[in-house]
Ligand binder design. Structure first.
Ligand code: OOG
Ligand code: NI
Length: 453
C-alpha cells in the first residue's frame, strides 16, 4: 500500500515544526501566542473567512508555510523532485530582484481543493542569482563553494527515485523519507567558509552569505495561521518579541483579501568559522518566525487594483524599519484602500475576486447569474488565496537583512532562467483559481437544473 502524498506532506510539516521549535525557542513562543489568539477568536466571533464552513479547528494553528533559499540549479531541480513526492507543485514566479534581493522564487504547494484541505503546507523556495554578485572573484568563489556541497542525503535521493519509479512510497519508506528530507532543512552552525570570505559575502549581500556559507538550506522560518493577525502582532510586542514594524499586505477589512503577514525579526545566533584545525566564533542572523492570515484570492483585475493602490501608498510613505512611522503608514494604507470594494457581492460582481458557487434555498424569478444570487438560488463563498505577494515577501526578507539592504534598484526578471533551472515550468496561480471557480459554477448549475426538473 502506498502512502498518499498528502499524508507524507502532513507528516513532513509536523516534523519540521517540531524541529524548528527546538532549534529556535522564540518560534515556540510565537506558536503559543497564535494558539491563544486563535482560541480567543473561535470563542468570540464568526468571521466570514476566519473559517470555511465545516472546517476542522483542531489543527487551525498549524504551519501554513516555510521558506528556504537554494544555491544552484541542481539543488532546485532535486528539491522540486523531493517536493513532488509530497504532492507539492511549483506555482508562480516571484522576482525579488525588483526589491534588491538577489533571488527569484516559486512556491511549492498542493494545488487541488482536497489536497489543500488535507494539508495546505507550502514552501516558498528561492534560488540565489549569483550573476548579481558584481565582484568576479567573489562570484567564482561563491560558485565553487556551492558546487562542493551536497544538500540531500543519499537515502533522500534514493527514496525520491524509488517514489518516482514506483508511483509512491510504502509506509516504512515514507517514514524514512520524511526523516531523511528533514536533514536538508536542519541548521548547521559550522560555516563552510572562513570568516574573511563570510564578511566579503555579507558585503555583497547578507542573503548571499546566508545561502553560500552553510552546509545546507536551513529552514529560515515557519508560518502558522492566525485568525487575527493584529491581535497576534500586539501580543508579540507585549511579550517583547522583536516584531516587524508593520503587518505586510492589505489593511484590515470586513472582507479580507490576499494575505497579511508579520514576523519577529531574525535573531543573532552563534556560528563557527573553520580556522586551520580549529573553530573561531562568529554570529549570523538568519532565522525568524512569521504568522499569516489569508483572505480571498483576487482575479487579475483585482490584483491589478491591489498593486496600484499599494504602489500609491508606498509612493507616499515607506514603513521605516524602526517602526517610527508605523501608525502613519497604516493610516495611509487604510485611507487608500477605501477604493477597494469591501463586500463579497461587490468583489464578485466587479470580477475582483474568485468564489465558489453552491445552490441556495431561494428560487430565482429571472435568469442570469445576478438574478440567481439576488434570489439566493445560488450562493457564493470566497476562494482562499494560497500564494504569496512579492512586495510583502521583499518586506519579510528585508526586515531580516537590515535596512541597508533596501533600495529600489531593478534588474531584469528572469523567469525562463528559473524554469530552466527547475527543469519544468511553474503553474499560473490565476488559472488554478479560475478553474476552481468554474468547476464549482458548473456543478452548482447542474444541481439547480436537477431541482427544477
Ligand atoms: C522568504 C521570504 C518570503 C513570505 O512569506 O512572503 C516569504 C525568505 O525570507 O526566504 O516567506
Ligand atoms: Ni514567509
Amino acid at each position: 500500500m502506498k502512502v498518499s502524498p498528502n499524508q507524507i506532506r502532513a507528516n513532513f510539516s509536523a516534523a519540521m515544526s517540531a524541529m524548528y521549535r527546538e532549534e529556535v525557542p522564540a518560534y515556540g513562543a510565537l506558536v503559543e501566542i497564535v494558539e491563544q489568539v486563535n482560541t480567543g477568536v473561535l470563542d468570540r466571533e464568526d468571521n466570514a473567512l476566519a473559517l470555511t464552513p465545516g472546517e476542522d479547528t483542531d489543527r487551525i494553528s498549524a504551519e501554513r508555510h516555510g521558506a528556504i533559499r537554494l544555491g544552484t540549479a541542481e539543488e532546485l531541480a532535486m528539491m522540486g523532485r523531493v517536493f513532488a513526492v509530497m504532492g507539492m507543485k511549483p506555482v508562480g514566479y516571484y522576482d525579488l530582484s525588483v526589491a534588491s534581493v538577489p533571488v527569484h522564487s516559486t512556491a511549492f504547494r498542493p494545488v487541488g481543493r482536497d489536497a489543500l484541505a488535507e494539508n495546505p503546507f507550502r514552501v516558498f523556495t528561492s534560488l540565489l542569482r549569483l550573476e548579481l554578485i558584481k565582484d568576479e572573484a567573489l562570484r567564482e568563489k561563491a560558485a565553487a563553494t556551492l558546487a562542493r556541497r551536497q544538500i540531500f542525503t543519499d537515502a533522500a535521493i534514493a527514496l525520491t527515485e524509488r517514489a518516482e519509479a514506483e508511483g509512491g512510497l510504502n509506509e516504512a519508506d515514507a517514514i524514512r523519507f520524511v526523516a531523511e528530507v528533514l536533514e536538508t532543512f536542519r541548521w548547521h552552525p559550522e560555516a563552510c567558509v572562513d570568516d574573511a570570505t563570510f564578511e566579503d559575502l555579507i558585503a555583497a549581500h547578507r542573503l548571499i552569505a546566508d545561502v553560500v556559507s552553510f552546509k545546507g538550506p536551513h529552514i529560515n522560518h515557519l508560518t502558522p495561521r492566525t485568525l487575527d493577525i493584529d491581535a497576534a502582532q500586539a501580543e508579540m510586542v507585549a511579550q517583547g518579541l522583536p516584531a516587524k514594524a508593520v503587518v505586510e499586505g492589505p489593511p484590515r477589512r470586513k472582507c479580507p483579501i490576499l494575505l497579511r503577514q508579520t514576523a519577529f525579526k531574525a535573531l543573532n545566533e552563534a556560528i563557527r568559522f573553520p580556522i586551520g584545525d580549529d573553530w573561531q566564533d562568529g554570529q549570523h542572523t538568519a532565522r525568524f518566525g512569521e504568522i499569516e492570515q489569508r483572505g480571498v484570492a483576487l482575479t487579475p483585475k483585482g490584483r491589478a487594483l491591489y498593486d496600484q493602490l499599494l504602489a500609491e501608498v508606498r509612493a507616499e510613505i515607506l514603513p521605516a524599519a524602526d517602526g517610527s512611522n508605523a501608525s502613519d503608514y497604516v493610516a495611509k494604507l487604510e485611507e487608500v484602500f477605501k477604493a477597494f470594494p469591501d463586500t463579497w457581492r461587490e468583489l464578485h460582481d466587479q470580477d475582483l475576486a474568485y468564489f465558489k458557487y453552491a445552490p441556495g434555498g431561494g428560487t430565482a424569478m429571472g435568469k442570469g447569474l445576478n438574478a440567481l444570487l439576488d434570489a439566493g438560488a445560488l450562493t457564493i463563498s470566497p476562494i482562499v488565496y494560497e500564494d504569496f505577494l512579492p512586495v510583502s515577501a521583499a518586506g519579510i526578507f528585508q526586515s531580516n537583512l537590515g535596512d541597508e539592504a533596501r533600495s529600489d534598484h531593478q534588474t531584469a526578471s528572469s523567469r525562463s532562467a528559473f524554469e530552466a533551472a527547475l527543469g519544468k515550468s511553474v503553474a499560473d496561480e490565476f488559472a488554478l483559481y479560475e478553474a476552481m471557480q468554474a468547476e464549482s459554477y458548473t456543478a452548482a448549475l447542474e444541481q439547480l437544473s436537477k431541482r427544477v426538473a
